[in-house]
Write a protein that binds this ligand. Structure first.
Ligand SMILES: C[S@@+](CC[C@H](N)C(=O)[O-])C[C@H]1O[C@@H](n2cnc3c(N)ncnc32)[C@H](O)[C@@H]1O
Length: 328
């Protein structure tokens, strides 16, 4: 069902960007980041362009290597990556107390992997909000194939300015998406506005822990690798996110660092020292094969020029995430 063949990966690079413009889009994207002379302010001012270019360039790699849900998960021993991802989604649905008939919003929904899983798990209709047109096209097709074409829908819009009236939704969730916001308060304000009073918002948020030292050059390098490799303007601390939630009007009823006591580290699938047959494409050898394949496909022009550069910054992201995850 998912597009997971080598050719799908190659032809998908660039998303809605014209194939002949992919290389210049990679260049523009890279220039937003520290390694290429970019700075945080420019990334924040141009977040929409930066994040959209990132997902146009990276989505087919995500789908090829990771699947339809674009997020990490805390993981139990003996669980496969896929199982842990589903459980992580079910857990969030249960925390929200989703029930049939509720009007639910998925903020920054990717190609809808979590949306489909949660919709089937809780028997709810979900609206997926996403600012990336390519992902919405993919998600719409995958919803149709899953038989959810009539019960779930997508809206193309920016989560900093949502096109919904106040008090629209009975429940809202966001999975590893609001980290792309130029400021978390602006984004949480919007979520609070469109949520009905007294109802709940649940999120898996990417945060820097207290171990991060902004004066440590190694820490700064790792943070910059994650930002370029994941399309982020700036990674905020747990404290900043919690504070922004409260400022937006939320009462924080439960929060936890899920990475802290995950029996299997969340970053393990990306760690090249780890081998897994079930997530072979993420292993060192799997990644070597993907890299070589992309190189060949770009050479014979089945993949657009610039594809290898996308593969490279995604590899950097993987290294940064593993290094960051191990720094505890
Ligand atoms: C890491 S992906 C997670 C996708 C999805 N939640 C999942 O777990 O599969 C982040 C998503 O946030 C979306 N996004 C980023 N910035 C956005 C914005 N300003 N407005 C709406 N969506 C945004 C991206 O297009 C992408 O789909």
């Amino acid at each position: 069902m998912a597009k997971s063949g080598a050719l799908d990966l190659a032809t998908g690079v660039g998303g809605k960007i014209k194939k002949e413009e992919v290389e210049s889009a990679v260049e523009t994207y890279e220039k937003y980041h520290v390694q290429f002379g970019g700075d945080e302010e420019t990334r924040k001012t141009n977040y929409s362009d930066m994040v959209n270019k990132y997902y146009d360039l990276a989505t087919s790699f995500y789908e090829f290597g990771w699947g339809e849900s674009f997020h990490f998960a805390s993981r139990w021993k003996g669980e496969s990556l896929k199982e842990s991802i589903k459980r992580h989604e079910h857990f969030l649905a249960l925390q929200l107390g989703l029930k049939s008939g509720m009007k639910v919003l998925d903020v920054g929904c990717g190609i809808g992997g979590p949306l489909r899983e949660i919709s089937r798990f809780s028997l709810v209709s979900i609206t997926g909000l996403n600012n990336n047109e390519y992902q919405i096209t993919r998600g719409t097709e995958l919803n149709r194939l899953a038989g959810l074409g009539n019960s779930c829908n997508f809206v193309k819009a920016d989560f900093m300015k949502m096109p919904f009236p106040d008090n629209t939704f009975d429940a809202i969730y966001a999975i590893e998406a609001t980290c792309h916001a130029p400021d978390s308060l602006g984004c949480y304000n919007e979520i609070y506005r469109v949520l009905k009073p007294g109802q709940c918002f649940a999120a898996y948020e990417w945060c820097m822990t207290d171990h991060y030292d902004p004066n440590n050059e190694i820490h700064k390098k790792i943070k910059a690798e994650i930002e370029i490799g994941d399309g982020l303007p700036d990674i905020r601390s747990t404290y900043q996110c919690l504070d922004a939630l409260k400022q937006a009007g939320f009462e924080v009823v439960w929060e936890k660092d899920l990475a802290a006591d995950s029996p299997v580290p969340w970053y393990l699938p990306l760690d090249t020292r780890h081998f897994s047959l079930s997530s072979f494409r993420l292993t060192a050898f799997g990644r070597f094969i993907t890299r070589t394949m992309v190189q060949v496909l770009e050479f014979v022009r089945l993949a657009p020029a610039g594809s290898m550069r996308v593969s490279s910054f995604l590899e950097k992201a993987a290294e940064g995430l593993v290094d960051g995850g191990r720094f505890v």
